[in-house]
Design a protein around this ligand. Structure first.
Ligand code: 2U9
Length: 350
């Protein structure tokens, strides 16, 4: 009988200790460990029940029932605590991981077209609207396409290494250069296309220059060519005046000053009234009231003849402009290097 009472007390004490441990546990790992310690196969309750064999048979059911009750109670406490801890963890997660669904989304930074490409596209579009077709050609050229066919005399200073990049100066064979204008593509076009011709020639060109605010050894040009019967200088003026009106978005006074190029005769430089001060003088035009925009002229009959186009039947005009220069004038950019530094603070303004 004493054994029975002892066992009963042991079970009650066991329940008390285990309940307290469960109630004090604050983590899942803890309650799992407690469950193992008290209720597992090798746990304390199993140990107590082993002692059942030592008590009288008729007392065994009483102790057995009590043991089962204790086990049930502890299982229930374990579940209750587990539910509590689950809930606690969920709340903590909800607190720390909460998102404010009313916050505005983070916009993805999109790139955009480079200001020079925008300018080039704009220029192309204007000439496209006047029926000019863009023609492309190689940036590495023989001296023939870059100089000879364009009527440059053999001793012309542009041919100097100081001005032009040669890729094979020490080697045998014809000299090869990085083209210094897209005029070389004009030559190729006149070689392969019979007149009438109405084309523009956009692209990169290279000149051996010291870099400064206005010069860069690589820049972009758009040249133009029209070859037909009875082409007049008036048509050249009309075409370029129309271009300037569309490019600057308003009609501007223009003037044509005599100039010289080996490939055009007569040749002219086209100035426009400064669009920033309307001709009264400002920083952009250097107080002159005029901007030098581009060069142009009537294609030299010698150039036509050299390309098997009969100058008695055909004549034409040509022009050439620097894209960087036109972009700088339109947007008031004072240093050409801004276009090539790739500083987003500059680029994102366009
Ligand atoms: C052929 C016949 C004629 C192309 C022309 C210019 C005038 C001109 C400069 C403007 C600024 C180059 O970028 S720049 O430095 N160009 O002034 N270019 S007429 O005339 C040609 C070309 C090819 C066969």
């Amino acid at each position: 009988m004493t054994q029975v009472i002892e066992l009963e007390q042991q079970l009650i004490e066991f329940e008390r200790t285990a309940s307290k441990s469960l109630a004090d546990a604050n983590a899942h790992a803890q309650i799992e460990a407690i469950r193992q310690e008290f209720l597992g196969q090798k746990g304390a309750l199993t140990g107590i029940l082993r002692a059942l064999s030592q008590i009288e048979k008729e007392d065994r059911p009483r102790i057995g029932q009590l043991a089962n009750k204790v086990k049930e109670n502890l299982e229930a406490l374990y579940l209750e605590r587990k539910t509590f801890l689950d809930q606690q963890e969920l709340e903590r997660k909800l607190q720390t991981e909460k998102i404010d669904v009313t916050l505005p989304g983070r916009a993805k930074k999109l790139g955009h077209i480079h200001p020079l490409t925008q300018t080039l596209n704009e220029i192309e579009q204007i000439f496209l609207s006047m029926g000019f077709t863009p023609m492309l050609g190689p940036e590495v050229e023989t001296e023939y396409y870059n100089f000879d066919a364009l009527n440059f005399p053999p001793d012309h200073p542009s041919r100097d290494e100081q001005d032009t990049f040669y890729t094979n100066i020490d080697r045998a064979g014809p000299a090869v250069v990085l083209r210094c204008h897209t005029s070389s593509v004009q030559v190729r076009t006149m070689e392969t296309c019979a007149p009438p011709i109405r084309a523009i020639f956009p692209g990169r060109v290279y000149r051996n220059e010291e870099i400064n605010a206005r010069k860069f050894p690589m820049f972009h040009q758009v040249e133009g060519l029209l070859v037909d019967r009875d082409v007049t200088f008036g048509q050249l003026k009309g075409t370029l005046n129309h271009f300037i009106r569309l490019y600057f978005g308003k009609p501007l006074k223009t003037r044509f000053r005599p100039d010289f190029f080996p490939f055009t005769e007569p040749s002219a430089e086209l100035d426009s009234e400064c669009p920033f001060c309307n001709g009264s003088g400002c920083r952009t035009c250097g107080n002159k009231g005029w901007l030098e925009l581009l060069g142009c002229g009537t294609v030299d009959p010698n150039v036509l003849k050299g390309l098997n186009i009969d100058p008695e039947i055909w004549n034409g005009f040509a022009f050439g402009m620097g894209v960087e220069r036109l972009a700088m004038l339109k947007y008031g950019v004072t240093d050409i290097r801004h276009f090539y530094n790739n500083d987003v603070r500059f680029l994102e303004q366009f």
